[in-house]
Write a protein that binds this ligand. Sequence first.
Ligand code: ASP
Length: 332
Amino acid sequence: MKKFIFPLLVFGTLTFAQKKYVMVIHGGAGTITKANLSPEKEKEYREKLTEALQKGYAEIKNGKSSLDAVSAAIMVMEDSPLFNAGKGAVFTNEGRNELDASIMNGKDQKAGAVAGVTTIKNPILAARAVMDKSEHVMMAGPGAEKFAKEQKLEIVDPKYFWTEKAWNSLQKAKAMESSKKTSQNNKNYPDYFIIDHKFGTVGAVALDKNGNIAAGTSTGGMTNKKYGRIGDSPIIGAGTYANEQVGISGTGWGEFFIRTVASKTAADRMKYLHKPVTEATQESIDEIGKLGGNGGLIALDKEGNVAMPFNTEGMYRGTVTDKGEVEVYIYK
Ligand code: ASP
């Protein structure tokens, strides 16, 4: 009997150890189905996700840090109008683009974030500058913009972020909201958040040659957000988290990620309950789901295992191995 089990076990171990991932990214979760994504659009998304993974991978391969890889991958997606981050960010109720981003380094748990910024071309670079060049962790609004300017980051006219797609989403959300107000079965939560596919936040987690993990997230938030609303993406422990063991980035209905401290809780399940990365992150998504929220998480642990759980129709996501093999996924 033993004779039969042994080779199986060896084989099992070998197959399991074969793939070591060095990067995982997401481009948002939401109502993403084959039915509402044309083949041309699908191709565009796949190509952009691939480009982001390749940029990130090049950094790792050249011996750069996981922080560099995360910034490089996120910048590709921020510069693309396809995603709700940087160019392409969604609009607030007042018709503005207010961006949030954060980044965290696993080894020393240093972190940086910006919230509600309107003129910084690449908010992920501003988050990184807050971490590297200031004594603070989070800066918001005009102060963060002043700091970014001092750090010689690229500043743009707020019009730069305008896209027709995001503008139309705002008009649609507003119309839904006002019809809801006048309708009889008015509920307390804004369900236009769920119906419209406005999720498109971007995030990345990388593992460098020194075994250090970093995670980052960048977003325009949620369409029609009001009163200086800040989501989970710039909040360390909610939308982004990294320690020596794992890096995590989230996307989805931010209020629920904040209330469940989604990323940190997943990391704690690994640290204190010794759960594998897949289980630890799935439980965070389950918790969010139970409360009525939705979204997804990406995670990468120090052994190179990835997890990408989500409870929406789809999540733009992808991975790259230490050998540079790229894979991208969209649907369930
Ligand atoms: N989590 C983001 C927020 O609530 C939105 C998203 O992921 O699309 O601001």
